[in-house]
Design a protein around this ligand. Structure first.
Ligand code: CA
Length: 409
């Protein structure tokens, strides 16, 4: 249907509601309002293309948009559910049509006595839709928020959206679409993106909502990465009516239980591995009678040839006090690299934090999975306190971690 046809068939336009579930309550906590139209063949078609097509004049979009809002607000009040209502807004239209936001505010207020509160409405906008001065959009959002309406940034991570710009808009909620995950497993690169987004959301104090949850893998990704709200076909499809609040409760509860059991096993595997490696090193170092650190490293390398491909010793300030001992892939031959003596690693992420942790706990520490600068492979580092002053670092290759799946993430 083209834009004019949609406009002429306004009476066939209806709001659809896609449930948003809360991880905390395991129940429906809100709905996103979506535009649909009934065509002559009795099918219900999405108005997504109509709303996302820049060539359609603002007046057309606003007319259909306001029509959907009215129907949705009306339905919300009839349904008498104390849930949040998420409304999509195009940020360019918002900025270019001064009276649009005033009409929206007045419209919501006009339903106030019937049960729709400003505090229950969430405005979804896409940061990358808007090409103008970001601080002006920021001001407008601030104004909207002053009425109690919350602001969600839609499609975070898509369409070249920029975390810097998003932070500037101080949203309450970040919506991340998980449709970029294909298949039953998630690549390390995608894992890292999700991890960065969850860290970003936590630092800026925004709540994460994951949408596009089409299967269990995606639900798990949302749960693992700090998602408080979930939306997607796997949980509930968009429909012309609201559903019962407890719609997915049993499903979410039992799947969370699975996730928790899996995660706990995973963490205890890691803990056991750390414990074993710590004890093994303790034994070797206790028996060691060598007089130089390079001799010690050489002995450790021979002993630990099954676990690591690189070893070295630093002092508590990060200065390397031994040579590197390195082994190439698939070879058991260790090579000494003296040129590393005296280098300083205190600038590396987590370095000092790990040292201080070892000083307090007197235990070895296993790092997270990260990409090694030299080999470009994913590795983990095991750090071990030899004494108050000296610390041993073992780099564990991907192949070793891969064989013990529990150590991969
Ligand atoms: Ca949306």
């Amino acid at each position: 249907m083209d834009a004019l046809e949609i406009l002429m068939n306004k009476d066939k336009v209806v709001p659809y509601f896609q449930p948003i579930l809360s991880a905390t309550e395991q129940s429906v906590s809100g709905y996103e309002v979506l535009g649909r139209i009934h065509n002559d063949d009795g099918e219900v078609i999405s108005l997504g293309d109509f709303f996302n097509n820049e060539s359609i004049p603002d007046e057309y979009v606003i007319e259909i948009d306001e029509h959907i809002q009215d129907m949705a607000f009306n339905y919300y009040c009839q349904a008498k559910q104390n849930v949040n209502l998420f409304i999509n807004c195009n940020s360019t239209i918002l900025m270019n049509n001064q009276d649009y936001i005033e009409r929206l505010l007045n419209r919501i207020k006009s339903y106030e006595t019937r049960g729709l509160l400003l505090e229950k409405t969430v405005l979804e906008i896409r940061e990358h839709d808007y090409l103008g001065d970001l601080s002006q959009l920021g001001h407008l959002l601030m104004y909207i928020k002053s009425f109690g309406i919350r602001v969600a940034i839609d499609d975070v991570g898509k369409g070249g959206s920029n975390l810097d710009r998003i932070a500037q808009l101080e949203p309450d909620i970040l919506k991340v679409d998980l449709n970029f995950i294909k298949g039953a497993s998630i690549s390390q690169a995608h894992r890292d993106v999700l991890y960065s987004l969850s860290t970003f959301a936590r630092k800026m104090g925004a709540t994460l909502l994951f949408e596009g949850i089409g299967d269990l893998t995606k639900l798990n990704a949302a749960w693992r990465n700090g998602g408080r709200y979930y939306q997607g076909f796997y949980l509930a499809k968009p429909a012309p009516q609201f559903i019962t609040k407890s719609h997915c409760k049993e499903k979410l509860k039992s799947e969370f239980q699975q996730f928790i059991t899996h995660e706990r096993n995973h963490l205890s595997n890691q803990y056991n591995f750390t414990e074993q490696l710590h004890n093994r090193l303790e034994q070797i170092i206790k028996k060691d009678k060598t007089t130089s650190l390079d001799e010690l490293i050489k002995g450790l390398a021979t002993n630990l040839t099954d676990v690591c491909f690189r070893l070295y010793i630093c002092d508590q300030f990060g200065f390397q006090r031994s040579s590197n001992y390195v082994k190439n892939n698939n070879s058991s031959h260790w090579q000494k690299q003296e040129e590393y003596l005296g280098k300083n690693w205190s600038w590396r992420p987590y370095f000092l934090e790990t040292i201080v942790r070892m000083q307090y706990e007197k235990r070895g520490v296993l790092s997270d999975l990260y990409s090694d600068i030299e080999t470009n492979e994913f590795i983990r580092t095991f750090s071990y306190p030899i004494n108050e002053e000296l610390y041993l670092f073992l780099d564990i290759p991907y192949a070793f971690l891969f064989e013990r799946k529990g150590l991969l993430f």
